[in-house]
Design a protein around this ligand. Structure first.
Ligand code: DGL
Length: 260
């Protein structure tokens, strides 16, 4: 069984990619919605929560953990790797593919405050961003919209425009989704960016499919791996748990993963 966690429903954008590559595996998805959002909490708080969640997932039989949250990856993954004896897959800020994609020479990164101030993000940016300008912005209010299942309409566009406009005005044409909640807003982000700069062709970059490929290669090496999991037969095996109510999580799984 694979464990996967996030502060809320954002990790569903990663789970849907895992299900494409390994539809027959069993997944246990944990949403820490009683402590969400993580983005404005201290790194220490996010580490404590991640540690407690991972310990619980392993106790329930998970053989590998996907940290489907950029903020938790940044705050906790190196420590988790030292403390627990299972493989971990974390989120990578997708600077490298964005640098390859940009034509304007400006990459825009949308992420939480926690991710943007983390060491991991700075290291990645310094490694890959040579010759390209990077502009950053917190996606203010994005997590709340996605948790409420609100992905379109004039009010959503207004919230999205406030964080996307500074990146478009700085000349960014490649926009990195640096938080796992944000890909659910990619249509509206694309629409808002295009209306602000109609002549620019925008690329929205979501690292989830690359993370899923990394997950698959690690999972394939494990003793209990069964190649039949690569075929879909019947319903997905996904269990949900949450620190608060799991009702919203189940509803949004239907909407974001099953009915997309
Ligand atoms: N989805 C998470 C991330 O990727 C956390 C968002 C939040 O809780 O602020 O960063």
């Amino acid at each position: 069984m694979t464990g996967i966690f996030d502060s809320g429903v954002g990790g569903l954008s990663v789970l849907r990619e895992l299900l494409k590559l390994l539809p027959g595996e069993s997944y246990l998805y944990f949403s820490d919605n009683a402590h969400s959002p993580y983005g404005d909490k201290t790194g220490d708080f996010v580490l404590q929560r991640s540690r407690a969640i991972v310990s619980d997932l392993i106790e329930q039989g998970c053989k590998i953990i996907v940290v489907a949250c950029n903020t938790a990856t940044s705050a906790a993954i190196s420590q988790l790797r030292q403390e627990f004896d299972v493989p971990f897959v974390g989120m990578e800020p997708a600077i490298k593919p964005a640098v390859l994609k940009t034509r304007s020479g400006v990459v825009g990164v949308l992420a939480t405050a926690g991710t943007l101030k983390g060491e991991k993000y700075h290291t990645t940016r310094d490694r890959y961003a040579e010759g390209v300008a990077i502009v950053e912005h917190v996606g203010r209010g994005f997590v709340e919209l996605v948790e409420q299942g609100r992905l379109s309409g004039p009010e959503v566009e207004k919230v999205v425009a406030e964080s996307v406009a500074p990146l478009v005005e700085a000349g960014a044409d490649a926009l990195v989704m640096g938080c796992t909640h944000y890909p659910f807003l990619s249509d509206v982000i694309q629409k808002v960016a295009s209306s602000l700069s109609p002549t620019t062709e925008f690329s929205i970059i979501d690292p989830a499919s690359a993370v899923a490929r990394r997950f698959l290669s690690l999972r394939q090496k494990q003793e209990d791996y069964n190649p039949q999991w690569e075929q879909k037969s019947g319903d997905y095996q996904v269990q949900f748990q949450a620190s608060g109510s799991d009702e919203n999580l189940r509803r949004l799984y239907e909407l974001y993963v099953l009915n997309q």
